[in-house]
Design a protein around this ligand. Structure first.
Ligand code: SF4
Length: 485
């Protein structure tokens, strides 16, 4: 497992400020991202506008999630009992290492050396593919975008469209170069037409679907009352994974539990419109334990904590666990649109990554995680778009305060020194008057030189933005001159 934390896989990129700086130099990446996010954004707005009760649905989703968090222990125990009664086996994993060990042992017990996978954020979070590889098991991602990322030994850039940063001709090159090394090769006359690319992937994957004895999935939801687990997807690859192999292993974050089957009514409306701007998901697969002679005959549900109970303990930060991974917040975020998902360093990019990842790994434990709450303009677009009303901007501010608190003491950062200076100045009217006078002089000097930058360490700050030129005359001076003392 890479990175400076063991429970969440880091993508190997530098901390957000540096990674974002590098990403901004990549014009092709920005063009790809802008095109993709603008398209999805506009479609989502149209899909949402079709429903008169959209705001009521959002509120319902928010309240169900809120209830889940308040009674998570009870719902999880109920889920375990329901899954077991339906013939499944439930495993509890405290962290990534334990979850990976459980899955690997289950696969090896079936004598399998390869597995097919449906896209799952939880398994990416814990680095399952890499852990399986270490144990001699080859995992094949069957979601088209995930397959592109995996074949190119790349990292995902978006929750829903992991290869959003690749255009069609790049994908054709990846298929031609890599498919043959892992199974059926792409045809020589492969073009960059979406239909042709999809067909090459279909042929490559079909052989694997038919051969695999074990499949691994994530879960969008699991209903505590019935033990029903659900996965929604667009391509049908998930349906193949969930029905063809003899053994199905599902790795699910504990926050995905819902109180009852009827709650699906709310989320199966909220999720597709927010994610792919569709009225309903092309494939919604629901299964309850095992059924003799129908589908996998062995079902294992691995319930993953990996920092979630710690997150739950913070009442101001826990709503990050409400997330249904629709990615609407990414598509509206001006920071994400310019920097792409890999700048966020973890498998959870964009606004939700900025609040979820630091909490999963623990604020103050890693430079990577501590940089994330600052990766936002706090414009609030993510809050407006979120189908379960997660107030991401408020949580960002809360986490920023936690980061600052975690770094109190030791050598102060330039921001801390600047804030201390500001406190001294604003603490006395006399000092403020002096500062205003100095500012006015500075304004005149800047006016002569046309300078929009600051010297010394402050130059780093002005390297990315213009300094507003201070007014030549302070407000007090103007007030006095105007005779309004
Ligand atoms: S935070 Fe909200 S908008 Fe963002 S991915 Fe999660 S559910 Fe979707």
């Amino acid at each position: 497992m890479s990175g400076d934390q063991v429970n969440v896989v880091w993508l190997g990129s530098p901390t957000f400020p540096q990674a974002a700086h590098d990403a901004l130099q990549d014009t092709q990446l920005r063009r790809n991202l802008k095109h993709a996010t603008t398209t999805i954004r506009d479609k989502r707005l149209r899909a949402v506008a079709e429903l008169d009760d959209w705001e009521t649905l959002r509120e319902a989703g928010s309240q169900i999630k809120d209830r889940v968090m308040r009674h998570l222990d009870e719902y999880l125990l109920q889920l375990e009992a329901s899954v077991t009664a339906a013939g499944g086996v439930v495993h509890w994993a405290e962290d990534a290492r334990e979850a990976n060990r459980i899955v690997s042992e289950l696969v090896r017990a079936k004598g399998a050396t390869e597995v097919v996978k449906i896209k799952s954020m939880a398994t990416q979070e814990i680095g399952l593919n890499e852990a399986l590889e270490d144990d001699g098991i080859e995992a094949t991602e069957t979601d088209l975008a995930e397959l592109i990322v995996q074949l190119n030994d790349d990292r995902p850039s978006h929750i829903l469209v992991p290869a959003i940063h690749r255009n069609r001709s790049e994908i054709r090159d990846i298929f031609q170069r890599e498919m043959g090394k892992h199974g059926i090769a792409a045809p020589d006359d492969l073009t960059d037409e979406p239909r042709v690319l999809a067909e090459a992937a279909r042929v490559h994957l079909r052989e694997k679907f038919l051969r695999a004895k074990v499949a691994i999935s994530g879960a969008n939801f699991a209903c505590a009352d019935t033990g029903t687990v659900g996965v929604v997807e667009s391509e049908g690859n998930g349906r193949m994974c969930l029905t063809l192999p003899e053994t199905l292993i599902t790795v699910m974050g504990i926050e995905k539990v819902l109180p009852s089957f009827s709650d699906l009514e709310v989320f199966l409306q909220l999720l597709p419109r927010s994610s792919t701007a569709e009225r309903m998901n092309p494939y919604t697969s629901l299964w309850t334990g095992v059924t003799p002679g129908d589908g996998p005959q062995e079902f294992h549900l691995v319930l993953l904590d990996n920092g979630r109970t710690k997150t739950l303990a913070d009442t101001a930060g826990r709503s990050a666990l409400h997330c249904i991974r629709c990615s609407a917040c990414l598509n509206v975020c001006p920071v994400y649109e310019r920097t792409g998902g890999r700048s966020y360093g973890s498998v959870y990019p964009g606004p939700i990554g900025a609040v979820l990842t630091p909490q999963l790994v623990g604020v103050g434990t890693s430079e990577h995680a501590d940089s994330l709450p600052f990766a936002s303009t706090l414009c609030g677009a993510c809050y407006d778009a979120c189908p379960v009303r997660i107030d991401i901007p408020e949580m960002l501010v809360h986490l920023r305060a936690k980061v600052v608190d975690a770094h109190r003491g030791g050598v102060p950062k330039p921001e801390a020194l600047a804030m201390k200076g500001a406190r001294v100045v604003f603490g006395s009217p006399r000092r403020l008057a002096w500062a205003e006078r100095l500012g006015a002089i500075g304004g005149r000097v800047a006016g002569i030189g046309g300078g929009r930058w600051l010297p010394g360490p402050a130059r780093k700050w002005t390297g990315a933005r213009d300094v507003p030129v201070p007014a030549r005359e302070s407000f007090r001076a103007w007030w006095r001159k105007a005779g309004r003392r």
